[in-house]
Design a protein around this ligand. Sequence first.
Ligand code: GLC
Length: 642
Amino acid sequence: MAQHTSPSQPGDRPAVAEALADLPAHLVRTFERRMERWLPDLRAGVEPLYDDADAVVDRLLAVAARRFAARPEDLHDLDERRVLAPDWFQQPGVLGYATYVDRYAGTLQGVAGRLDHLQELGVTYLHLLPLLQPRPAPHDGGYAVADYRSVRADLGTMADLRDLATSLRERGMSLCLDLVLNHVAREHEWAARARAGEAAYRDFFLAYPDRTEPDRWEATLPEIFPDFAPGNFSWDEELGGWVWTTFNAWQWDLNWANPAVLEEFADIICDLANTGCEVFRLDAIAFVWKRLGTNCQNQPEVHALTQALRTVARIACPAVVFLAEAIVGPRDLLAYLGEGERHGKVSDLAYHNALMVHLWSMLASGDTRLSSKAMAALPPPPSTTGWITYARCHDDIGWAITDEDAEAVGLWGSAHRRFLADWYDGSFAGSWSRGLVFQFNPATGDKRTSGSLASLAGLEAGDPLSLERILLLHAAILGFGGVPVIWMGDEVGLLNDPDWDSEPEHADDNRWVHRPRMPWVEGTHRPPDPHGLLPRLQHLVDVRRSLPHLHAATPATVLEIAPDGVFAVLRRHPHGPFLALHNMSPTPRRVPWWVLEHVGLGRSGAAVTDHLGGLSGPTALHATDTGGSVDLAPYQVRWLTA
Ligand code: GLC
């Protein structure tokens, strides 16, 4: 009897009890313990959102129980391993790689046959861009999902996905998938039923009979794709209304104020987790909650929703972690990793967009004052979380340098942003970059940039220092803390795809210029590496893996005391300080020895180890034989420890 008095016992919840009925006793116990542990978090996620919170919690627990009961044995085992090592994704040996399935190897089976290359590179985390069934093209590279329960037919089947996830696990790689939760395709069943007039499904969306409401919202909403999808609402004849479409007209925003949407996504997450997905990239998560009079991004409810979903996953499939795709200002970003009462309860990972933008900004100007100051002011992420550090991804680069950060060093924000856009599209005199302008907005003057890492870094223009720049960018993301993610092709310096617009459905979206097809050397598992980047990158990855200082829980502090042109990052670990010095300029730089001493390195004649000193192994630096300074060749990086 006593065991049924606690509110967290499955017996009190008929749907939960029923779902667990056929399970062996030890699994039922596991579920009970998790439920007991996480129920308060689940409530705290749901309560601020819905009037009938108790009923919503009950239904979410029933979802968790059903999916837990269906979870394959090997994934229950993975859950146990992850619970024992919750910092698995923070380890210095973790390396990410991101790609489209078709661009990398045609199909899911093709990817399974091309894992040797990733393994040689040291990859332990593979983000496959959207692969679920989208609407017919155009579909924004799969970000307009028509069915979350099936795989895009030309890429394979759910069984292929499960097999690939299993092969990845066998090689120590975790599968990351996109969870597109701000919107669904106009062709998704929910949208089709809304169009057919079913009120319950119309309530899955935000639709208005005339412009009154949309105009009130538009007053404070920015435009995401001002060029090919202006405005935030689209008239739909069949629906007989203006439907909220933040992105394209065929990507219908979901109404997360309707708990049925939350329940559907809880189930989708657990279902995909049961196929072997370990990391969910919460696509465009900043946009999911709307509030009149705001820009409808970063609303507090976003974090409550994330906590509710995260908690369901913790109960049903705790191997899962969440990655927030919140490309938002630094001040809003931390909340995605858990601030205040949501500390440790929302996403585990978030993109460090500011680091990416500042790296490119420093390379263009050769000046580190703005970036060092701006980055030094950023608070570290909670110790149980980490950044996704990246130099390029499948999206454009928005020049997100804030006015305040620019002003702090005497620059004018809009002028600097304009300089970066012009530098990287190659129109600025002396630029070595070959990017394309993405989404020029004449109303705001805002210009973003598309282009592959190698083309943006000068390889296409034949700049003699471009390879050093490419390696520097990778060293910077490997040394900063979190999961560094390499964008497909960057490891061999793939250039812009000159035929990017030959597929009609890509022609108005030049982000396809940096989404080329991966070339493979006939009869091998390797891509051609004409510039010899691969071994140099592999070396960086190997060195990183050997340095305990680079665990993501060791915060990265940007120092402002290094000479201009040098971006200095300090990681204070119990093993001692780790100092990364990056020369962001095309001319040599000299860092005075006292900078090292200031952080606790090389005091009283002690030697300092440079782990990137040579391909064959670390080298030792002494104040005496360096003349009291550390020299950096153009774009050189040094990783220093005691
Ligand atoms: C995210 C994706 C981007 C997509 C958008 C809409 O920002 O990274 O590629 O266009 O969401 O789903």
